[in-house]
Design a protein around this ligand. Structure first.
Ligand code: ZN
Length: 302
């Protein structure tokens, strides 16, 4: 080939490369813009969710949106567990002023839960129990006792294994279905509210929490974080006096208090603190109520 021919070939190759590169850039660029445009409504909902004051049932719009626009994700979990739905046709009421909603996570436990129930009974206080899976005869009786004594039986988790339940939305729902069926079979009550282990946003569920919350809300469930912590799950074991003080001296600006406590193994100090907590809050003019699904949840700001 002559030098001229070589030059032509090189020139043609360069032109071809330019054409291909530009086409690719345009194609992917346009698609990228289109994609980010279609994602916008979801982003808006995510932001509203992050601000913490969104009505949780609006998450359903997010789910619908995602389902329509991102079919590749599949959302196969939406077809799982056809019974795992509760009625969500109701209006939320805000947390009652000067009302305290005592909540107990991680029970039932044969050493702790009976003490808690005895104290609640003594003062005719109703509370909420976010329970885990236990199958001993003693624990089966405790699930029933919670219901019989007028408290709200709510769901926490079957396994309480963060790595397992937060590995995917499917895994979470599978676990949730297990604890739901268990307590319904024992008590005849189908719980309608729940609490995420570690709260609705934690270091384990970061990658899936929006999708997970959306799916749980789509199924009609209301979840509760808390606005007062007793500190009874801190790495250092607190005395009952410290636990009592954490609750009784909590921010007086919070007039509808959802108090996080635990009645799982090793939480005897919480059971011991309960009487002082009830008396202390009563002195401040608080009354007590169990959580019901129409009480607007305390949800963490994201
Ligand atoms: Zn827990």
């Amino acid at each position: 080939m002559t030098v001229k021919q070589w030059k032509r070939i090189i020139l043609a190759t360069i032109v071809l490369i330019i054409v291909i590169t530009t086409s690719c850039a345009l194609f992917f660029g346009i698609n990228y813009v289109a994609l980010s445009k279609t994602k916008e409504p979801a982003e808006e909902l995510f932001k509203a969710m992050e601000s913490g004051d969104i009505d949780v049932r609006e998450y359903e719009n997010l789910v619908k949106f995602l389902k329509n626009t991102d079919t590749e994700t599949g959302f196969s979990y939406q077809n799982l567990y056809e019974d795992l739905y509760v009625d969500n046709d109701f209006e939320y009421v805000t947390l009652e002023n000067k009302t305290c909603y005592l909540t107990f996570d991680d029970g039932p436990n044969p050493q702790v839960t009976p003490k808690v129930l005895d104290t609640l009974k003594k003062y005719d206080v109703k509370a909420t129990f976010f329970v885990v899976y236990q199958d001993s005869e003693e624990c089966r009786k405790l699930y029933k006792r919670i219901v019989d004594e007028g408290h709200t039986l709510a769901l926490h988790t079957a396994s309480h294994n963060y790595n397992q339940i937060y590995s995917s939305v499917d895994a979470y729902i599978e676990d949730f279905n297990k604890i739901n069926r268990h307590v319904e079979e024992i008590t005849g009550v189908k719980p309608e509210i729940f609490r995420f282990p570690g709260g609705s946003l934690n270091s384990y569920n970061k990658g899936i929490y929006r999708e997970l919350i959306s799916e749980m809300v789509r199924r009609g469930y209301t979840y509760y974080d808390w606005n007062v912590s007793s500190g009874d799950a801190a790495s250092r074991i607190l005395t009952s006096n410290e636990i009592r003080k954490n609750v009784v001296n909590s921010d007086s600006e919070i007039t509808g208090k959802i108090v996080l406590m635990h009645d799982g193994p090793g939480h005897g100090n919480t059971a011991d603190a309960l009487e002082g907590i009830i008396l202390g809050l009563k002195k401040q003019g608080y009354s007590f109520a169990p959580l019901t699904k129409d009480i607007k949840p305390a949800v963490f700001g994201y």
